[in-house]
Design a protein around this ligand. Structure first.
Ligand code: PLP
Length: 382
């Protein structure tokens, strides 16, 4: 039972078959595929992604994952000693590490706004972030949908308020495309990095970076290749630099349009119906788990997308971790065949689990999870 679409997505068989066919063509005629006629397959995919996320195709480039997009932006910043990079306590560890390394090299500082969890509502998140802004804040990294805590943060209001204070925003939208409605042209942060291999269900390695027109000139990819001195007619310098990151398998990018089309046809109402259906299931599943396991919901339903994080029942609390993955999480998989991530938050120290809801899930999956969580024995001494 797969209750962890959020971590790595799941790619439909139909799209994987298309990718296999594209790979066959690439290996049969690599120069045609990767060089001479590269753009022919890339452009329709770029246009389809731009359409889904409310962007102009010229402002959007493919990258292999959200981490790469975030790294590209952070490494392109021209920081001065003493500058501050703002983030929240809900950021994703890999991106936090990128912030720390960027700051270390420049003699800058990472400032973490401690957004509480449990969270009362969007205003509490906004107030906490804005309170951490100082004269020295250069950029804020804001997750659109947080990873461990599964909160849909009020990014539109945050971007506006941060801009008013002279702070540019890098949105980490790793989970957002396909999970929540997106209109990047309207949202208009400085930068938006996101995955397509999660909720759009494209093959692994499909992600994008969007940059506002006024920020594109100074952006360099995480991997610098030919683009800096190899312009193509009809392309922006931003696209030239990012469209070729050295030889790699671009078929995941080329399948993005087909994934958008295929997923959009699963329900008569198209993508809006997919997003509403997954959200409604996540809400119902969370209510069910709260009721069955006597848990308090840590945030209002309005902050949920297609995932929800809940505290583990009390008998699981206070038990130290001994390996990479919590022993009870492993048992849920080994004994019950349930794939669901466990999460440890530090302040205050508390253990949680996160559910995802995708079209292949139903309420019965979460009933089964509730039963399994009642049965599985906590491991390690409290
Ligand atoms: C908020 C957030 N940012 C970044 C990432 C990293 O995604 P990737 O490993 O595809 O770069 C994730 C992955 O789960 C995430 O949840």
């Amino acid at each position: 039972m797969f209750l962890n679409h959020g971590s790595f997505g799941a790619c439909p068989r139909h799209i994987l078959e298309l990718q296999t066919e594209l790979r066959r063509q690439m290996e049969a005629e690599p120069v045609q595929f990767l060089w001479r006629r590269y753009e022919e397959r890339l452009e329709p995919a770029r246009r389809a992604v731009a359409g889904l996320v409310g962007a102009q195709a010229r402002d959007l480039v493919f990258v292999t994952n959200a981490t790469t997009g975030v790294n590209a932006v952070l490494r392109s910043l021209n920081l001065r000693r003493g500058d501050e990079l703002l983030t929240t306590s809900h950021d994703y560890n890999a991106c936090h590490n990128a912030l720390v390394e960027t700051a270390r090299r420049a003699g800058a500082r990472v400032v973490t706004a401690r957004v509480p969890f449990p969270l009362r509502g969007p205003d509490q998140a906004i107030e906490t972030v804005l309170r951490a802004v100082t004269r020295r804040t250069r950029l804020a990294l804001i997750d659109h949908v947080t990873s461990n805590t599964a909160l849909v943060l009020p990014v539109a209001r945050l971007i506006r308020e941060l801009e008013r204070r002279g702070v540019e925003t890098l949105v980490d939208g790793a989970h957002a495309p396909g999970m929540v409605p997106l209109n990047l042209a309207r949202l208009a942060p400085a930068y938006y990095a996101a995955n397509l291999h999660k909720w759009v269900c494209a093959p692994k390695g499909a992600a994008f970076l969007w940059a506002r027109a006024d920020r594109q000139k100074s952006l360099q990819p995480a991997v610098i290749s030919h683009g800096n001195n190899t312009p193509r007619p009809g392309y922006t310098g931003f696209q030239d630099r990012f469209d070729w990151a050295g030889t790699l398998d671009p078929t995941a990018w080329m399948c993005a349009g087909a994934a958008i089309e295929w997923m959009g046809k699963r329900l008569p109402g198209g993508w809006p119906a997919v997003q509403q259906t997954n959200h409604a299931l996540a809400v119902k599943a969370r209510r069910l788990l709260c009721q069955q396991l006597d848990l308090a919901a840590p945030c209002p339903e309005q902050l949920l997308g297609a995932m929800a994080t809940l505290p583990l029942p009390d008998r699981f609390q206070g038990r130290p971790k001994s390996g990479k993955i919590d022993a009870e999480q492993l048992r849920l998989y080994d004994e019950f065949r349930i794939e669901v991530p466990f999460v440890r938050l530090k302040r205050p120290p508390r253990r949680y689990f996160r559910i995802s809801a995708q079209l292949y899930n139903s309420l019965a999956d979460y009933e089964y999870l509730a039963r399994a969580l009642k049965e599985v024995e906590p491991q390690g001494g409290p």
